[in-house]
Design a protein around this ligand. Structure first.
Ligand code: F6R
Length: 616
């Protein structure tokens, strides 16, 4: 889950490399580095532990000169985040430099072999074997052909990688390749670019090429990109992606942090997603690769996801079971992958939910489901992502780039995307009439305005955040689909404020977690005006009886909740119980952000996390 960039062209490379790394910093931010090669073949590198801002300062004083270069921002897997373990890594002769995203699973064996052959290693990383392997090939069978040397070296690797490679002996040539980790390339009038995702490229082009696993691209300063496959055959028609958003979408645009910006963008994201979805066939979801008959015969849905996307899966289950009356299992991808026996029917449909489309566990699970004969439908945010490319059908939620590590707008957009799927299934299998589907669709179209209203009430979240001062732990409660709102609210709080936050279905509290409650302990209770309202109110009473301070998330006008709670985060009335989770979560996203900022933390880049979890 590191970020990789590369450039070769007519401009000095370091400025764009640094800007590109800044954009990719969400992928990892414990160390960073760049290496450029000058036209006369001098390699010049700068790298350090810490963020891209530190690297930028060092690079400005070191002033590396060269129009071809590579860069890296790291999320440590092998070796602590130190200057020495930061990428790029060089071969023994100091002529070949490599940046890498992924994990080389057989690096210990390779390192032993290389050391036995006289190679010396300077870092604790798995990556460092790669430049040494390239050097062996360069000096040996590849005979000075960098792409051939990279092909030869990667043939010996096991694991995942996105690599960018430069060599002092062929200045101006940049070679990139991938296997299991994302990488895109772009040709422009001022040179050729490579990056882990499209975001850094949005400032230079709107058209990028997606590399397939094991493809090797040779980029030259005239902007040319030559792609060959594992056997060295030229790839004529690589997959192209058009970037359909402005580069400014990945910039702060006046907000103090990306999390604030992305929370605010939710109404527009949902509007975009819903627009044009009601057509003559009911819900228009052409992204599905199943015919109406095939959809009608789906008798089981398996949802695979991780983290926040897993929480979307839990809500999707409620919607699909309620509207389409098809049984749904929701699986953590990391658990599913090691479940030995997994039962599917002949008509099981698999839905993978993944904002990034690159989460390693989710991709492995999706491949397994496909191998079991299931139709795989991806709900994702990232155009051309691996999940999208490998699935039978893909719904892009069009939320725009999500930069803050904590997912916010993708959560609600994926939820609404799954509602569209539920309605489509319900219509296809006859559990809902067209009129009913249309009514539910119209209810969904109210979400953006209700979200706007919740956003306008952010002062309530700011006020409630004060109740978390001097606290070390919190409990989140909710029932039915709002137990998921509680899980997601707790996840947001713990990941950015580092407060321990536990979430439970409210009725389960008495079976253990109630022991946590003592004087002034904060409890967040999600208690809309729904069919379990009275039950949840009783759980609030139980908390209060033990001295808890309760923050309610409730429907406007709820006097009972107002009387019981120290603070209430108010939500306007909703037309359907399934709409509440999509709008109430905004309060909990804002609450988590205010608590984290109160504590002085960087809400966009929480410690130990990365946006795209491309390792198992
Ligand atoms: C939490 C968060 C993570 C991701 C998880 C899966 O805020 O963002 O829990 O949801 O890593 O990521 P995707 O959805 O990209 O598969």
């Amino acid at each position: 889950m590191c970020g990789v960039v590369g450039y070769t062209g007519t401009k000095q490379a370091s400025e764009w490399l640094l800007d590109g790394l800044q954009t990719l910093e969400y992928r990892g931010y414990d160390s960073a580095g760049i290496q450029v090669v000058s036209s006369s073949g001098n390699l010049h590198g700068v790298k350090c532990a810490g963020r891209v801002a530190t690297l930028r300062e060092r690079a400005h004083s070191a002033n590396p000169v060269g129009t071809c270069g590579i860069g890296h921002t790291r999320w440590a897997t092998h070796g602590a985040p130190t200057d020495g373990n930061a990428h790029p890594h060089l071969d023994g002769s100091g002529r070949i430099a490599v940046v890498h995203n992924g994990i080389i699973e057989n690096y210990q064996k390779l390192k032993r072999e290389l050391m036995a052959a006289g190679h010396t290693f300077l870092s604790d990383t798995d990556t460092e074997v790669i430049p040494h392997l390239i050097q062996e090939a360069w000096d040996g069978p590849a005979k000075g052909d960098l792409a051939a040397a990279v092909r030869n070296a990667t043939d010996r690797l096991e694991g995942s990688w996105a690599l960018a490679v430069i060599c002092a002996d062929c200045p101006g040539t940049l070679v990139v390749t991938r296997n299991g980790s994302p990488l895109v390339v772009a040709s422009t009038p001022d040179g050729a670019y490579a990056a882990s995702d499209v975001m850094p490229l949005a400032s230079v082009t709107s058209h990028v090429l997606q590399l397939n696993d094991r493809d090797i691209a040779t980029l030259t300063p005239d902007g040319a990109i030559r792609i060959t496959d594992r056997d060295g055959r030229v790839v004529d028609h690589p997959t192209a992606i058009d970037i359909d958003w402005d580069a400014s979408a990945a910039k702060l645009g006046g907000y103090s942090d990306f999390m604030a910006k992305e929370i605010s963008e939710q109404p527009e994201a949902i509007e975009r997603l819903l627009s044009g979805r009601l057509g003559k066939h009911g819900i228009e979801l052409d992204e599905l690769s199943l015919t109406r008959e095939e959809l009608a015969s789906v008798d089981k849905v398996v949802i695979i996801a991780c983290g926040t996307s897993y929480h979307v899966g839990l809500i999707a289950k409620a919607a699909i079971e309620r509207w389409a009356r098809v049984p749904v299992s929701v699986e953590y991808a990391s658990e599913f992958n090691y479940t030995e026996e997994y039962l599917v029917t002949d008509h099981t449909m698999c839905v993978v939910i993944t904002q990034s489309g690159e989460t390693a566990d989710t991709l492995t699970a999706a491949r397994r489901m496909k191998g079991m004969g299931c139709n795989v439908f991806a709900i994702t945010n990232v155009l051309g992502s691996t999940a999208a490319r490998e699935s039978d059908g893909t719904l892009y939620i069009q939320a725009g780039p999500e930069v803050a590590v904590a997912s916010t707008k993708a959560y609600t957009a994926q939820m609404v995307g799954s509602y569209l799927l539920a309605l489509r299934l319900a219509l296809a299998n006859g559990n809902m009439s067209r009129d009913e589907v249309e009514k539910h669709y119209r209810d969904l179209t109210q979400i953006p305005d209700i979200m706007r209203e919740v956003l306008a009430r952010r002062w309530q979240d700011k006020q409630a955040a004060r109740l978390f001062r001097n606290q070390r732990s919190a409990l989140f409660l909710g029932r039915n689909c709002n137990s998921t709102t509680a899980y997601e609210g707790a996840l947001k709080l713990k990941e950015i404020s580092y407060l321990h936050a536990e979430a439970y279905p409210a009725g389960e509290m008495k079976h253990g977690p109630i022991a946590l409650i003592e004087g002034s302990f904060p409890v967040v209770a999600v208690v809309p005006a729904d069919h379990v309202h009275d039950k949840t109110v009783s759980n609030i009473q139980e908390c209060l009886a033990r001295g808890a301070v309760v923050i309610g998330v409730a429907t406007d006008g709820d006097e009972r909740v107002a009387k019981l709670c120290s603070e209430v985060l108010w939500v306007p009335p909703v037309a359907d119980e399934l709409i509440f989770p999509a709008v109430a979560i905004i309060h909990l996203q804002l609450l988590a952000r205010y608590v984290a900022r109160d504590r002085g933390y960087d809400v966009d880049k929480p410690r130990n996390l990365a946006k795209s979890v491309t390792v198992e």
